[in-house]
Design a protein around this ligand. Structure first.
Ligand code: AMP
Ligand code: MG
Length: 336
């Protein structure tokens, strides 16, 4: 299949592809999404094939107006309304009991559906011109999520109908996912909207154990995506916990061919190995913005082992930590 490269002013062409049951990669403020008509099960099935995504991993439905959610969910409780009013459009996905019009392909057979109202104007326009869109990240399953159109093309060229080039994504990591289908509300994936912001808005929110830790043998995932390998570059990523000095010292002691560091600006100049910085140690937004490009750069440069400076887990740092620890397959060296 030939993949069309579309510009930001060619959204109508993309909408026609969606209405005909095709697949379009679209920019959102979080990462690029691979979109199909959410109400067309056959079209949605193609997403799983194009990505190599396990069929039991459900998709987020994207809307362009809060009122659209009433068709998609069975109930829209007060706490969900509060969150929607405060954070939509934006990087928050809310899980609720689903309505009957959600195809099984979208919910992967669960009785819930994940909904998000993105703020990116191109995504917004595409939904307006077509339909609510089911869209996971537009990468091959398992690899780092795409934050620009080139990343999408590297993974998806020849596998999908079109890619809309909307430049770099603002946030750079996927949306925050919270489920309100259970009480108390539960954070399933940290993202651009922080745990602190959620708690300020609706009170108690528990953090699912799998956000920070590997699933134990036999433990059921609250979100099917938690079971799978994620965000992995080809290089072996190892997370280093410890002080700034101990990180630098450890990496320098392990200097070898193919060894590099995923680090902070403050570490640059102190490390004797090739470096990819994600920003300052206290600038979590910049780290989120740069993380997936940094992981892809590590592969382009042919690094085989990447020691990553462990992020702090406050604010958006929690989202950065959650992605890096998965990129590392939970391989951690604790120097503390
Ligand atoms: P992606 O779109 O690839 O960034 O992944 C969306 C994430 O949301 C995955 O981890 C899914 O497993 C999760 N998800 C989507 N729908 C549901 C749902 N109904 N219940 C629980 N988790 C969900
Ligand atoms: Mg994904």
């Amino acid at each position: 299949m030939k993949t069309l490269m579309l510009k930001a002013d060619e959204v109508q062409t993309a909408a026609d592809i969606i209405k005909n049951g095709g697949l379009v990669a679209m920019p959102t403020e979080t990462v690029y999404g691979l979109a199909a008509d959410a109400l067309n099960g056959k079209a949605v099935e193609k997403i799983f094939r194009a990505k190599g995504r396990p069929m039991d991993n459900p998709l987020i439905v994207h809307i362009s107006d809060i009122s659209q959610i009433y068709n998609l969910v069975a109930v829209f409780p007060e706490k969900a309304k509060k969150l929607a009013e405060k954070f939509w459009p934006g990087a928050l996905t809310i899980i609720l009991p689903k309505s009957d019009i959600i195809p099984d392909e979208v919910s992967a057979g669960l009785d819930t559906v994940a909904v998000r109202f993105p703020s990116n104007p191109i995504a917004h326009r595409l939904i307006e011109l077509s339909s609510p869109l089911a869209a996971p990240s537009a990468n091959l399953s398992g690899s780092p999520s795409p934050t620009n159109a080139k990343h999408v093309a590297d993974d998806m060229n020849g596998r999908i109908d079109a890619i809309i080039d909307g430049g770099e994504c603002d946030v750079g990591v996927e949306s925050t996912v919270i489920t309100l289908a259970t009480e108390p509300p539960r954070l399933l994936r940290p993202g651009g909207i922080t745990l602190e912001q959620l708690r300020d808005t609706i009170g108690e929110v528990v953090v699912d154990n799998a956000v920070l830790n590997p699933l134990k043998n036999g433990q059921k995932a609250s979100s099917p995506g938690m079971k799978y390998k994620h965000y992995s570059p080809k290089a072996d990523v190892i997370l280093i916990k410890g002080s700034d000095d101990s990180f630098v010292e450890y990496v320098n002691q392990h200097k070898a061919d193919g060894v590099a560091a995923l680090c902070y600006d403050e570490d640059l100049g102190r490390l004797d190995v090739p470096t990819v910085s994600v920003g300052r140690g206290d600038d979590y937004e910049t780290q989120a913005h740069r993380l997936f490009t940094a992981l892809r750069t590590a592969d382009e440069n042919g690094y085989r082992t990447v020691y990553a400076h462990c992020p702090k887990t406050e604010g958006v740092g929690l989202a950065v930590y959650n992605r890096i620890i998965r990129a590392a397959g939970f391989e951690v060296i604790d120097l503390e």
